[in-house]
Design a binder for this molecule. Structure first.
Ligand SMILES: NC(=O)c1ccc[n+]([C@@H]2O[C@H](COP(=O)([O-])OP(=O)(O)OC[C@H]3O[C@@H](n4cnc5c(N)ncnc54)[C@H](O)[C@@H]3O)[C@@H](O)[C@H]2O)c1
Length: 260
């Protein structure tokens, strides 16, 4: 028998970055748990594939084509999604969309930094604000899950822009958790380790194999992560199983980093 705390029947969820990788796996798992899932991304084809996947499995999904770095587009899609919910509010927001960028600090341009912060930080901020706005207006509780990264725990050559955006997501998550707690709205972050997705897949197969064998050697659990590993963390935080958890960072990383 399914564990009741993970049953999302009747809940309305919104997932950004749902056309690929971790976002797609999260949208599919939230739908499998019973939620109506609004899938948002800028990739039309990927969005179509995700919603088709969910529908083929008997779930309910709606696509929203948008750029998360555009507040107006995010607000319009969240408002439309909330309008389909019985309460008039979202119950769950998973702000997953993001891009990779690598450049040494000394070679990073203003344009690089602005672009990465616009998508990886402001895109998450807009999703959080718009979701919380619907919950506050309806007076309903909810769960917001942001997507940080193991980059918050380690430095690394080239990780400046990406890491700054992910660190900012952690600060946003903690601050918003304190402000929204009194309203019954929980806000938590997931900080995945290295996960095999299009973001981490290179065209050069031998370079890919080299990176993966390095990751396997560094990881106590002895394998690289799959998008489903992270989707389960998202499901946990989105569900009533995490009813007393807010302002926290969950690190599904195979044990590669173990901060206090
Ligand atoms: N893969 C990893 O190892 C890993 C590790 C830690 C954190 N993360 C984070 O997980 C999240 C998902 O990454 P992934 O590995 O699934 O990557 P992915 O490239 O497979 O998926 C990212 C999705 O975000 C979408 N997206 C990007 N920019 C967008 C925009 N401006 N507007 C709308 N959609 C946009 C893409 O179209 C894509 O569908 C990212 O935030 C990433 O930083 C990934």
């Amino acid at each position: 028998m399914p564990v009741k705390a993970y049953d999302l029947t009747g809940r309305t969820a919104f997932v950004t970055g749902a056309a690929s990788g971790i976002g797609r796996a999260s949208a599919a798992l939230l739908a499998e748990a019973g939620a109506t899932v609004h899938c948002a991304d800028r990739d039309t084809q990927g969005l179509h594939e995700t919603t088709a996947l969910i529908k083929e499995s008997g779930g309910t999904a709606h696509p929203h084509l948008l750029d998360v770095s555009d507040r107006t587009q995010v607000a319009a899609a969240v408002t439309a999604a909330a309008g389909t919910s019985p309460t008039g509010a979202l119950d769950i927001m998973a702000a997953v969309a993001g891009i990779m960028h690598s450049s040494p600090v000394m070679e990073t341009s203003d344009e690089d930094l602005d672009r990465v912060l616009a998508v990886n930080f402001k895109g998450v901020l807009y999703a959080c604000q718009e979701a919380a706005r619907t919950m506050l207006a309806a007076g309903t509780p909810g769960s917001i899950v942001t997507m940080a990264s193991g980059a918050i725990d380690t430095g690394g050559p080239g990780l400046f822009c990406y890491g700054v955006a992910k660190a900012a997501i952690v600060q946003l998550t903690k601050t918003l958790a304190t402000e929204m707690g009194p309203h019954g709205i929980r806000v938590n972050a997931v900080a995945p380790g290295w996960i095999r997705t299009p973001m981490t897949t290179r065209h050069d197969e031998s370079a890919q194999a080299h990176t993966e064998s390095l990751m396997v050697r560094m990881t106590p659990l002895g394998r690289v992560g799959a998008p489903e590993d992270i989707a389960h963390a998202v499901l946990h935080l989105a569900s009533d199983a995490a009813a007393f958890t807010t302002g926290q960072i969950l690190r599904p990383n195979g044990g590669v980093a173990m901060p206090w």
